[in-house]
Design a protein around this ligand. Structure first.
Ligand code: GUN
Length: 281
């Protein structure tokens, strides 16, 4: 079984991006900039944002974090986004989710200029991705896609089963794999026989938020399994895949942690650089 090392893949990607930033700096005499807005004091969000900032600095991006208390008014956040939209030194804007209840997530997402939407959440980018046009691609599915391609560069005709239909992962993952000529089945909590669907798959992407849902006898011998889950349980952090069981069966599997997570952040940096490049003449 191939244990897909997301940490190593992310470090390699960051190295490539660092070289690219050096080249862009020489060419344009400026570097891409990432601004992250963090609202409230949820610990996981704080950890993610700290990691994003650290990684951005490591590859040579200009990085800024703007923090607001939980009580901040929606208007203040929207005004700040509009200001950042106009700021030429800001290539990418990310508002860390989840948001406090009184702030409308959709309004926030739609206020970010599509050309600066490093998350790929703006309806313009969602539409462009599903139409096969150039767009920002959400970082987590992009990271999954790059890991799958490392194991299997030719995905032509492969059967992919996505477990979970979220806007963040399942839906964009479907688009990426369709573009690679996979036959994609998107499954979810109301799917009648999840095990039978998974048993058909050459590729499984589990992004459903149910601890250790995907079992060993759900997986064929030559299947690539990507585990997006991060679930807190009594025995610590586990994914959506039963690692011990599935590792005995699958062709390749991502661990949790150390699989998809590090790639997500590296892909955010990649998206920031792409946004920068698209705005240069
Ligand atoms: N919170 C957890 N994952 C993400 C992500 O990919 N983007 C944003 N903006 N917030 C998140």
């Amino acid at each position: 079984m191939i244990l897909i090392d997301g940490k190593k893949a992310a470090a390699e990607l960051r190295q490539e991006l660092k070289h690219e930033v050096t080249g862009l700096k020489a060419k344009y005499n400026k570097v891409p900039g990432l601004t992250v807005i963090l609202i409230g004091d949820l610990t996981p969000s704080q950890i993610y944002v700290r990691n994003k900032e650290k990684s951005a600095n490591e590859v040579g991006l200009k990085s800024e974090v703007i923090k607001y208390p939980d009580s901040v008014e929606e208007k203040t956040v929207l005004e700040k986004i509009k200001e950042l939209n106009k700021d030429e030194t800001v290539s990418g804007i990310l508002v860390q989710l989840p948001l406090p209840k009184h702030i409308d997530k959709q309004k926030v997402i739609e206020t970010i200029l599509p050309s600066k939407d490093v998350d790929g959440f703006h309806p313009t980018n969602v539409g462009n991705l599903s139409s096969g046009y150039e767009s920002s691609v959400p970082c987590t599915p992009l990271g999954c896609y790059l890991l799958i391609k490392k194991v299997e560069p030719n995905l032509n005709g492969k059967k992919a089963v996505i477990v979970g239909r979220s806007n963040l992962n399942g839906k964009p993952m479907t688009q990426l794999l369709l573009k690679e000529n996979c036959t994609v089945t998107i499954t979810h909590s109301k799917t009648k026989d999840l095990k039978a669907e998974c048993l058909e798959a050459d590729i499984i992407v589990a992004a459903v938020g149910i601890p250790e849902l995907v079992k060993g006898d759900w997986v064929k011998k030559d299947t690539i399994v990507i585990d997006v889950g991060i679930n807190k349980t009594d025995k610590g952090i586990v994914g959506d895949v039963d690692f011990d069981e599935v590792s005995k069966n699958a062709k390749a599997l991502t661990p949790v942690p150390g699989g998809v997570g590090p790639m997500t952040i590296a892909c955010l940096l990649k998206n920031t650089i792409e946004c920068f490049k698209r705005t240069q003449i």
